[in-house]
Design a protein around this ligand. Structure first.
Ligand SMILES: [Zn+2]
Length: 262
């Protein structure tokens, strides 16, 4: 009887260790993503004290708000305590990479323009001119539909996470269990987001392509031109920033599924 109790305790602590990212983890992910994504950040990047270009995007913890979510707005990304508490650090990097990707792809600006063209109003007009001042200009081939934009953000976000040395296969696997683990997840924008099965299939492919490129010593970037740094010089900078140790870490072999069970 006693060993059963101990086993239950051990498995509880193991599943706790699989998630439960901390605010320190968020700060670590912020530092790493702001470095690797700098060539994508355009006007959202600036030189730091050491003369290195860094994305100027803030990573804010919103505290407890009653549900698990993350979002991007103007020049900042945000995550709630409830979401932070259930993610592993690899998943956290994929989620925050996704939000950062929305910003560097100009998706917020794109949507505001779309809405303003459809039904102009003064408030939105003010938000739009603010977004045009601080935001990144979207690529001319940005997909018009919100679901396709979500998949673009999933792709580039996972690539950012991988370049920073976070495990891309573990990051992609988030979508397998998101609905069961994240409080309030079923309420997560069905009209604007692809379903979890679609995102899992997509992210799994992105992770596989990333690791194939790493194995072949090619830049593990997305194939789509709209997801690459906008300027030729920024692409050279992105090449220089590639860190073989981080890339190998991002693609380390997963232990067989049974070995990870208690
Ligand atoms: Zn999104």
């Amino acid at each position: 009887m006693r060993w059963r109790f101990l086993l239950a305790l051990a498995s509880a602590s193991i599943s706790f260790a699989a998630g439960a990212a901390t605010r320190d983890d968020l700060a670590r992910v912020e530092t790493a993503l702001r470095r690797v994504a700098a060539p994508w950040c355009g006007r959202l990047a600036a030189l730091d004290a050491q003369g290195q270009r860094r994305c100027n995007v803030s990573f804010e913890n919103l505290g407890p708000v009653g549900g698990g979510s993350a979002f991007a707005l103007l020049d900042g990304t945000h995550i709630t305590d409830e979401l932070l508490a259930v993610l592993s650090i690899d998943e956290l990097a994929a989620v925050m990479g996704h939000e950062l990707a929305h910003l560097v792809l100009g998706h917020g600006l794109f949507k505001l323009r779309q809405q303003q063209a459809l039904a102009p109003n003064e408030m939105r007009g003010m938000a739009l001119s603010l977004a045009e001042r601080v935001g990144v200009e979207p690529h001319e081939h940005t997909p018009a539909g919100p679901r396709a934009q979500e998949l673009d953000a999933d792709t580039l976000g996972l690539v950012f996470a991988g370049m920073a040395g976070y495990d891309v296969r573990r990051g992609a696997a988030l979508w397998r269990t998101a609905a069961a683990r994240i409080p309030g997840w079923t309420a997560h924008g069905g009209a604007t987001h692809p379903d979890d099965a679609r995102r899992l299939a997509h992210a799994t492919q992105v992770a596989a392509a990333f690791c194939r490129a790493v194995a072949a010593s090619r830049p593990p970037w997305p194939a789509e031109d709209r997801l690459l740094p906008a300027y030729e010089l920024s692409r050279d900078e992105a090449l220089r920033l590639l860190d073989p140790t981080a890339l190998a870490k991002a693609c380390r072999k997963l232990p067989p599924a049974r070995a990870s069970r208690p």
